[in-house]
Each structure stands twice: as structure tokens, then as C-alpha cells.
Design a protein around this ligand. Sequence first.
Ligand SMILES: C[S@@+](CC[C@H](N)C(=O)[O-])C[C@H]1O[C@@H](n2cnc3c(N)ncnc32)[C@H](O)[C@@H]1O
Length: 229
Amino acid sequence: MAEQEKQRRPIRSYVLREGRLTRGQQRAFEEFWPRFGIDFHRRRLDLVGLYGNPNPVYLEIGFGNGESIARMAQTNPENNYLGIEVHRPGVGRLLLQTAESGLTNLRIMRHDAVEVLDNCLDDASLEAVYLFFPDPWHKRRHRKRRILQPEFVARLARVIRPGGMFHAATDWEDYAQSMMSVLTASTDFENCAGKGIFAPQPEYRFPTRFEERGQRLGHGVWDLVFRRL
Ligand SMILES: C[S@@+](CC[C@H](N)C(=O)[O-])C[C@H]1O[C@@H](n2cnc3c(N)ncnc32)[C@H](O)[C@@H]1O
């Protein structure tokens, strides 16, 4: 690849491994994407129109298989939820689950969350953003791919309303420390647990299969809960 071309391509926080869709997931795309999916376009979303009400919107970035966001949506029908994920099988699973559970307050996008933040969301339009177990990119040469960087925090600051929340969780200690420094350095957020302190796990964050696997391997878990000033 020409050097110039390489430089133009943005560094992404994921590598797309398409994986095979099960028949159920395939069917979910055909049947349920029109109802719960939102196609990506470079224009702002009309959130009130999408959900049919002005309830607060909670965004989960990189929902994996969607267990967490599906349970949050089920437990809190008075809130709206938006899930963004690039991995097709995970999106298929969440589409199925959304339809089977009869959820009306959940919508799904399959696209790079960074581009969705930049193009699709109005200033101060979100109540909270969740980033649970983002890819840790633990090799030193891959660290630039980590999603939680100062520019990402600036993007979050634009879309979260003043008083709204950002909550990240990770089971990689050095990523947890780097998240803490990046968030502490931002003048747009304050740490709800106190400066430099990790938060106890909030009761609304349900364990995912990914997290349970980490715990079986003896990983710790670090939660960071910050308020938009
Ligand atoms: C390690 S998994 C964790 C999944 C889930 N949150 C959990 O706890 O089980 C991270 C997920 O983030 C997704 N992801 C990474 N970068 C993303 C981006 N820029 N936009 C949307 N999804 C992304 C990946 O596809 C992957 O499914």
C-alpha cells in the first residue's frame, strides 16, 4: 500500500472479522433490521422521531452480543437505548433478542461509533454513554488503536448533556490506568468516585459473557464513572 494511502486511512479501534451468521441471525437482519436498525448516513439523527418519544437516550458503544444493553432496555422502559457495534453476528443476536423480548426502546447501528458520534448525534443529545470492555489492544504497537483517547473524550463531551454520565469498564489494568489519566485530564468531566478513584460496579451494568470469561481467567474489573460538567 502506498505510504500516502496508509496515512490517509484513520486508525480504527477494531478489525472487522465478519464471522458467519447463524440462520437465526440472518433472518433477524431480514425481518427486524427495518424495525430496529438505523442505517448510517452523514447526517444528524432525529432521536425523538426514532423512538417516538422525548425520553432520555443512553448509548452503548461496542455492545458485543448485546446482553448488557438488552437487559438495561428491559429493566428501564422509561429510557431509550442506542447500541452501536460493527460485528455483524453480535448485531444479529441483539436484533433477535430485541424482537423476542418485544423491546420498543432499543435501536441499533452497525457502524464505526467514532463516525456515528461525529456525524449523527446533536450536541448534548445523550443522557449517558457506556463503553464496556472495549478491545484492550494490549500489545504496545497496537495501543494507538485503543478507542479511549483524548480526542474520543472530546467527542463524548460534545454529545453528552451537562450533568449526564460517561461510564467505562475494563478488565485490563494498564488500560484502566490510561483511561483514568485521559479522563482526569479532561476539563469537561468530573470523577463521581473522587479524583483518581475507580467506582464500585454500578448495579445497572450486568455482567456479559466477555466479562465472565475474563473473571474465570483471573482478570480484575475496573469501572470509571464520570459526570459531564
Ligand atoms: C472486547 S468486545 C466487548 C463487547 C461487550 N461490550 C462485552 O462486554 O461483552 C469490544 C467490542 O467493541 C466493538 N468495537 C470496537 N471498536 C468499535 C467502534 N469503533 N465502533 C463500534 N464497535 C466497536 C468490537 O466489535 C467488539 O465487539
